[in-house]
Write a protein that binds this ligand. Structure first.
Ligand code: PLP
Length: 388
C-alpha cells in the first residue's frame, strides 16, 4: 500500500511501544518491573468516577459542543485564574482528548510549511513529531547538566529566526523532572515579548512538584507575555485520569476558534459523561492530588537513593513530574541497547532517552508501587554490575 509521505516522516512512539511490550510480558505471566509508563498507578479518585457515572445515568450520552461542555470550560477558566493567575475566560478554553490532542491541534491550527518551532531537548517525544505532522520545522535546542537541563534566555534568543512561530516550554519537564524557577520563567518571558513569538506552556505536571519548587505559569509574568501565551494541560497526571482522555488548551479566542474548527471536523466533542468527571475533579476536594503527590515524593526519595548507589549511574534530584532521568554514559551502551538488555536479561522496563533526544540517558518512572521499585532497583543494580 502506498501510504502518505507524512507517515514516513515521523517515528512511532517508543514509550508506548515499550510500555505495551512490558504489559504483554506481564500478561504472559513474566514478572516484569515496569518503570516505563508515564501514568500514575493510582485509581481515579472515587468522587470523580461517581460524577461521571451520575452523568451517564442522567443521559449525558449525546453529542455536545466541539469546544467542550460549557460548565467544564468555565471550571477550567476559574482554575487558571485561581491557581495560575491567568485571566482566561471560558471562551478562551477548548476541551480536547488529552494534552496530546491539545498540542497536536495547536500545531495544526498554527503552523504553515517551514514555520519553526523551538523545542529544548531533552523533550517530550511527541513535540517534534507533531510539528512535523503539521508541516512545520522543529528546531531542537540542546540543553545539558551545565544549565540544569534548562534552556537559557540567551539560547532561546539566538535560536529565534524570522521563521520562528512558537516556543515549547514544559515545566515540570518530562523526561528530566526539571522545574524552572520563577526568575527563569520571567527571563524567558522577556525574550518571548522582545522577539514577539508565541509560547505554548505545557503544564500537565504542574501539580506534581517537590520540596521548594514553585510553578509559575509563563503567562502570568506580564500582560505582554500573557498575550503571547497558550496553555496546554489536562487531567491525566494530577488526577490519575490517563485513560479518560481529557485535556485542554487556553489561548486567544481566534486560536480557540481555529482549533474548534479542526476538532469539529476530526474528533468532535470529548466523551460527554467523562467531561462531568473532569468538572468534579476541578471543583471537588484537591486532597487526592496532594495524597498522590506525597506518595510520589516518597518514591522519588527511595528510588533516587537506590539509583545513586549504583556505580556508574547518576541522576540529579528532579523537582517535579515522576521520572528519574538517569545518565548511563559510563555503561558503554547506548540507551536502546541498555533498555533492550535490561528488559531481556533482568525484566525491568525503562525508556531509552534517545526518544527524548538524549541517547546517553534512560528514563525511569516512579509512578509505580514501592515493592516494584525495590525489586526493580535490585535488578537494575545487578544488571549494571554485570556490565563491568
Ligand atoms: N505533555 C507531556 C509533557 C506529557 O508527558 C504527556 C503525557 O505523557 C502529555 C503532554 C499528554 O498527556 P495526555 O494526552 O494523556 O493528557
Amino acid at each position: 500500500m502506498k501510504l502518505a509521505a507524512r507517515v514516513g516522516q515521523v517515528t512511532p512512539s517508543i514509550t508506548l511501544a515499550i510500555a505495551a511490550k512490558a504489559k504483554a510480558m506481564k500478561a504472559e505471566g513474566i514478572d516484569v518491573c515496569s518503570f516505563s509508563a508515564g501514568e500514575p498507578d493510582f485509581d481515579t479518585p472515587e468522587h470523580i468516577k461517581a460524577a461521571a457515572k451520575k452523568a451517564l445515568d442522567e443521559g449525558k450520552t449525546k453529542y455536545g459542543p466541539a469546544t467542550g461542555e460549557p460548565k467544564l470550560r468555565e471550571a477550567i477558566a476559574r482554575k487558571l485564574q485561581k491557581d495560575n493567575n491567568l485571566g482566561f475566560a471560558a471562551e478562551n478554553v477548548i476541551v480536547t482528548n488529552g494534552g496530546k490532542h491539545s498540542l497536536y491541534n495547536l500545531m495544526m491550527a498554527l503552523l504553515n510549511g517551514g514555520d519553526e518551532v523551538i523545542i529544548p531537548s531533552p523533550y517530550w517525544l511527541s513535540y517534534p513529531e507533531m510539528v512535523i505532522l503539521a508541516g512545520g520545522t522543529p528546531i531542537i535546542v540542546p540543553t545539558d547538566a551545565s544549565t540544569g537541563y534548562k534552556i537559557t534566555p540567551e539560547q532561546l534568543r539566538s535560536s529565534i529566526t524570522p521563521r520562528t512561530k512558537l516556543f515549547v516550554l514544559n515545566s515540570p519537564c518530562n523526561p528530566t523532572g526539571v522545574v524552572y524557577t520563577p526568575a527563569e520563567i520571567k527571563a524567558l518571558g522577556e525574550v518571548v515579548v522582545e522577539k514577539d513569538i508565541l509560547v505554548v506552556s505545557d503544564e500537565i505536571y504542574e501539580k506534581i512538584i517537590y520540596d521548594d519548587a514553585q510553578h509559575l505559569s509563563i503567562g502570568a509574568v506580564s500582560p505582554e507575555v500573557f498575550d503571547r501565551t497558550i496553555i496546554s494541560s489536562g487531567f491525566a497526571k494530577a488526577y490519575s485520569m490517563t485513560g479518560w482522555r481529557i485535556g485542554y488548551l487556553a489561548a486567544p479566542v481566534e486560536l480557540v476558534k481555529a482549533v474548534s474548527t479542526i476538532q469539529g471536523h476530526s474528533t468532535s466533542n470529548v466523551c460527554t459523561f467523562a467531561q462531568f468527571g473532569a468538572i468534579a475533579a476541578l471543583e471537588g476536594s484537591q486532597d487526592c492530588v496532594e495524597q498522590m503527590r506525597l506518595a510520589f515524593a516518597e518514591r522519588r526519595q527511595i528510588m533516587l537513593q537506590r539509583l545513586n548507589a549504583i556505580p556508574g549511574l547518576s541522576c540529579a534530584k528532579p523537582d517535579g513530574a515522576f521520572y528519574l532521568f538517569v545518565n548511563i554514559s559510563k555503561s558503554g551502551l547506548n540507551s536502546l541497547e541498555f533498555c533492550d538488555k535490561l528488559l531481556e536479561n533482568k525484566r525491568v522496563a525503562a525508556i531509552p532517552a534517545i526518544a527524548f533526544g538524549a541517547d546517553d540517558h534512560i528514563r525511569l518512572s516512579y509512578a509505580t508501587d514501592m515493592t516494584s521499585i525495590e525489586k526493580g532497583m535490585d535488578r537494575l543494580d545487578k544488571f549494571v554490575r554485570s556490565l563491568v
